[in-house]
Design a binder for this molecule. Structure first.
Ligand code: C2E
Ligand code: MG
Ligand code: MG
Length: 460
């Protein structure tokens, strides 16, 4: 009985109106044994489970709805900056704004920092609601002590137009929000036929990755790194390749983010490391001189507590010296579990395993952050290199950075060098070496061995 009263109180406008959907909410509520499982106690809204149940009811009744998922960006920062009490007040403010815009039973606390609006009153145009909502986030949110802007990302989809079942529409919303969260430039996405096919592609790629892990389908390609001073190739980067029997060749640019999302990236990192070490051992057994291979390590892999033991063991098993393996990490480490990563980097360094900073210039690091790390090499991203050719000013800036890194003991390598002209220019800027199509495209292990044999003969 208390449950009925509570639901009548929470959804009084609907209950008063006596609509069919109010009834369905009541039935839904009464059917759930533990009422706490569908109510979010902070905001008083129903939670994700409530939203899913409502979508199921709509599905059974063949009713349609417009859905807006609102995801607060970096909400952790608000909690860290102002404390969780203020964080809670902000969430309540957002919840009350959203219910004011639509109605109490249309708004769901989807997760800690996400709200879902399920608009069933199709007289209210969902796209207009979305515009209004986005506009609201351009202005500050106020609590008695703190006034601040909140950043948010928005996804809009229609049910059943874009996805025909409750599970599919939820999957579509989550896919789209994950996608725009990775894209710093996009704050809103409206579902369409393309997003549905992109989501299908994603699940096929994730299946292909799972199969590849199980059946050892990954291959590696090697891109030699050229050093000016010695005019030789002492090192090469290991790049992952995947050819699926059905999907064909899938580029790492596409599958790495999915591997991270699907929790496969650490396993994949181990596979690549093993293959890289086996190749080094093979090159050395053939009498080839190869100082090191560099392997790309994802941030998640860098936070593993047993990372150093794991990598050291793999090196030992391959019968190699620690110095033959370098781990390439990107600047995204600076926005993650930095302390854990720093501890791992220091321990790796202590174990003789070098760290390269990859794609420098594309991320969030500043000079002070970078020089604090025990790095061996800084690899400047291709986009920064191209930028440095655009104007004398950017060229001077890059030259200054390269010089300052050098003074701090970090040599810089230029990525993505495609022409002799570009190579000459980066040499003038102080880079110690290059990697790019000019010197060599990524090669299969077989072709890489031939490449080394050829170049080492020339150098004798
Ligand atoms: P990255 O680590 O920065 O690797 C360099 C990328 O630039 C490679 O793309 C390489 O083929 C490409 N590249 C090299 N020279 C040139 C050039 O002259 N011009 C142009 N336009 N591109 C050039 P790829 O192999 O497609 O890899 C893309 C990214 O995928 C890599 O960027 C890396 O972030 C990631 N990745 C590749 N293999 C792995 C891996 O084993 N583990 C992880 N976590 N990520 C990987
Ligand atoms: Mg790399
Ligand atoms: Mg790179």
């Amino acid at each position: 009985m208390v449950g009925v009263l509570l639901v009548q109180y929470r959804f009084r406008n609907l209950v008063l109106a006596g609509t069919g959907s109010a009834l369905s909410i009541l039935i839904l509520y009464l059917n759930i044994q533990n009422k706490d499982t569908i109510i979010d106690h902070l905001t008083g809204l129903m939670n994700r489970r409530g939203a899913t149940e409502l979508l199921k009811t709509l599905d059974q009744r063949r009713q349609s709805a417009q859905l807006i998922l609102v995801s607060l960006k970096d909400f952790k920062t608000i909690n860290d900056l102002y404390g969780t009490l203020i964080g809670d007040l902000m969430l309540k403010k957002v919840a009350s704004y959203l219910t004011g815009l639509t109605s109490q039973d249309s708004v769901y606390r989807y997760s800690g920092d996400m709200f879902l609006v399920i608009n069933r009153e199709l007289s209210k145009d969902g796209r207009r609601l979305l515009d209004q909502l986005m506009k609201r986030f351009e202005t500050a949110w106020e609590t008695p002590t703190v006034t601040t802007l909140l950043d948010a990302k928005f996804v809009y989809a229609e049910f059943p137009l874009h996805a025909q079942t409750p599970d599919k529409v939820i999957a579509l919303l989550e896919f789209l929000i994950a996608k725009i969260k990775m894209d710093g430039n996009t704050d809103m996405v409206i579902a369409d036929a393309n997003s549905v096919s992109a989501m299908k592609r994603r699940s096929r790629v994730i299946d292909a990755l799972k199969q590849a892990v199980l059946l050892d389908r990954f291959e590696i390609a090697l891109q030699p790194i050229y050093t000016f001073e010695t005019d030789r190739y002492h090192r090469a980067e290991v790049l992952l390749r995947l050819k699926d029997p059905e999907l064909g060749q899938i580029s790492p640019g596409e599958f790495i983010p999915y591997a991270e999302e699907a929790g496969l990236i650490v396993d994949i990192g181990r596979i690549v490391t093993r293959k890289a070490l086996a190749l080094i051992a093979e090159c050395h057994a053939k009498g080839l001189s190869l100082d090191a291979l560099t392997v790309n390590y994802s941030v998640l892999h860098m936070t593993q507590p047993n990372l150093v033991d794991e990598v050291s063991q793999a090196i030992h098993n391959a019968g190699c010296m620690p110095s033959v393996l370098k781990l390439e990490i990107t600047e995204s480490i600076f926005i993650n579990d930095y302390d854990m990563i720093l501890r791992n980097i220091q321990a790796l360094n202590g174990a003789g395993i070098g760290i390269y900073l990859d794609d420098f210039g594309t991320g969030f690091s500043n000079f002070a952050n970078v020089v604090k790390l025990p790095l061996e090499v800084i690899k400047f991203d291709r986009s920064v290199i191209l930028e440095s050719f655009n104007s004398p000013k950017s060229s001077m800036m890059i030259k200054g950075l390269v010089e300052t890194f050098a003074l701090s003991g970090f040599p810089s390598v230029a990525e993505g060098i495609e022409t002799a002209g570009q190579e000459e220019r980066v040499k003038q800027l102080g880079f110690v070496g290059t990697q790019g199509y000019l010197r060599s495209k990524p090669l299969s292990p077989h072709d890489f061995i031939i490449f080394l044999q050829l170049h080492q003969k020339e150098n004798r």
